[in-house]
Design a protein around this ligand. Structure first.
Ligand code: BES
Ligand code: MN
Ligand code: ZN
Length: 492
């Protein structure tokens, strides 16, 4: 779990209690590139430069100043609150050997920028030290327990720090889910954890549907994927009730929850399967966004739909060529059992549409093709609604997550025509797989404004950088909440 980030609004480090057992906390101060001598009086710029510290964003180093030992934190030439997530992560990493850090960096921003910087820096502080060591005999040394952000007063900034810390905490929790092995995080285990988390929040309610109910509901896609599995599927529905008589908008979120994707009978290669415990990252991101709603967007009415199963190849697994009937009545010929995400999403999207929301956003680790197109740090956005697509991209910028729109060209639709059913689950051509998958999903959203976010790449990272750790990243939580925050602020 991430460290505890608190705020000291008295506005001076002298009010911070020294840690009795551990002496003084380490104080982090902001240093601008090119102004090292001014910002860190007493520290020798030449020596610092020799150590590779130039005051750039992402850099942090200990140095003796006239005030004693300080953690110098690079802010770049012109401190920019949008960079403070990275600044926070750099502080947390450089200070991870301490028990208590006091962060004075907000003082480098002018008053107008401080609220923004406060949220970002506490997100970064909280996420920068994330590690998943649940299964380690000797967990990594986690000395850092407490981070105190010093701010020159203001209730708003205090709430900004709290919000950032809460976002960091929830993203950490999402990372934990994504990193948990498929044999441990079964559909039932995911649903149990979701219930536990949701029950602790006001304004959130949860329904968990088991196999029999899923059958009654006619979720043929989810059942078809679950057929080769030893464990039962679940359909989780979470609802957030707006904290006012007049909700701003009614929105549905849908997250792909494949707890392990072997590919089914169209089995994956050994290396292709290695990361497939993370195939529920969309589901986890949706859960995370829901958990944050009471704090970040209390006026939004939001329903989340999370279909959960693994994709296995037991004796009764869906055969290649089998036909499934989705919730909305459309039949699907399954020509590749490894294109399973779209089968469970077909049902979940159909359910979402029935409640006539103003918009639907789904998020899914859907296609390797999306990674081929955009690399592994950028999510693909596909939408039937230009305005909604733009808003999702803007929300990504606000949340510090990379997204790029991909098209749904008409000519790819024909590849999904089936000889014997309404649709095939894979196209006939070999190009444009991310777009083809989106065109398939579009068959299940009717006229509702809808955006699909393919996070196959950024849900998982092969290395640590900025506030991102190796493994599950929690990608999508921040984009989703910034979208909902924006909508909750619109007048009407
Ligand atoms: N879960 C995978 C997509 C994926 C691939 C996520 C790599 C993360 C990293 C999805 O279920 C899948 O297998 N998609 C197939 C679709 C194909 C059969 C049309 C793929 O991308 O190969
Ligand atoms: Mn698959
Ligand atoms: Zn999958």
């Amino acid at each position: 779990m991430p460290v505890h980030v608190t705020i000291d609004h008295a506005g001076s480090s002298s009010s911070v209690e020294p840690d009795a057992a551990d002496g003084e906390p380490l104080v982090a101060i902001g240093v601008r590139a090119g102004a090292i001598a001014d910002d860190a009086p007493g520290a020798d710029p030449e020596v610092l430069r020799g150590n590779g510290f130039e005051g750039k964003v992402g850099q942090a180093t200990r140095a003796v100043t006239t005030d004693g030992v300080r953690l110098l934190v690079g802010l770049g030439t012109e401190p920019d609150p949008r960079e403070f997530r990275k600044v926070g992560a750099a502080i947390a990493k450089a200070g991870s050997g301490e028990q208590h850090l006091v962060v004075e960096v907000l003082l480098a921003l002018d008053a107008k920028q401080r609220l923004h910087g406060a949220t970002e820096i506490s997100e970064g502080l909280s996420l920068g030290t994330y590690a998943f060591d649940h299964y380690k005999a000797r967990p990594a040394d986690k000395r850092l327990e407490r981070v105190t952000v010093v701010s020159p007063g203001g209730q708003k900034i205090t709430s900004g720090v709290r919000m950032g810390a809460r976002i960091g905490e929830v993203v950490g929790l999402v990372r934990d889910l994504v990193n948990t092995p498929g044999g441990a995080l079964t559909p039932e285990a995911f649903a149990d954890r979701a219930s536990e988390l949701v029950d602790a929040e006001e304004h959130l309610t949860i329904e968990v549907h088991d196999r029999d109910e899923i059958e009654e509901m006619g979720l043929g896609g989810l059942l078809g994927v679950n057929r080769g599995s030893h464990v039962q599927p679940r359909l989780v529905k979470i609802h957030h009730t707006a904290d006012s008589a007049k909700p701003k908008a009614r929105v549905a979120l849908v997250g792909k929850g494949i707890t392990f994707d072997s590919g089914g009978l169209s089995i994956k290669s050994a290396s292709g399967m290695e990361a497939m415990k993370t195939d529920m990252a969309g589901a986890a991101a949706v859960l995370g966004a829901m958990l944050l709603l009471p704090v970040v967007a209390p006026r939004m009415e939001v329903t989340a739909w999370i279909p959960l199963t693994d994709n296995m190849l037991g004796p009764d697994a869906t055969r290649v060529g089998d036909v499934l009937r989705a919730r909305n009545g459309k039949t699907i010929e399954v020509l590749n059992t490894d294109a399973e995400g779209r089968l469970v999403l077909a049902d979940a999207l159909s359910l979402a549409v029935e409640e006539e929301p103003d918009a639907i956003v789904d998020i899914a680790t859907l296609t390797g093709a999306c990674m081929v197109a955009l690399g592994d740090r950028t999510a693909g956005v596909m939408s039937n609604h230009d305005d909604l697509a733009r808003q999702v991209l803007d929300a990504g910028v606000a949340g510090g997550e990379g997204l790029w729109r991909l098209p749904m060209p008409d000519h790819l639709r024909a590849g999904l025509d089936s000889e014997i059913a309404d649709l095939r689950n894979v196209g006939t051509g070999s190009y444009g797989g991310a777009s083809t998958a989106a065109i398939f999903l579009r068959e299940f959203v009717g006229d509702v404004p809808w955006a699909h976010i393919d996070i196959a790449g950024p849900s998982n990272s092969s290395s640590a950088y900025d506030e991102v750790n190796k493994g599950g990243t929690g990608f999508g939580v921040r984009t989703l909440i910034h979208l909902l925050i924006k909508w909750s602020k619109l007048s009407g």
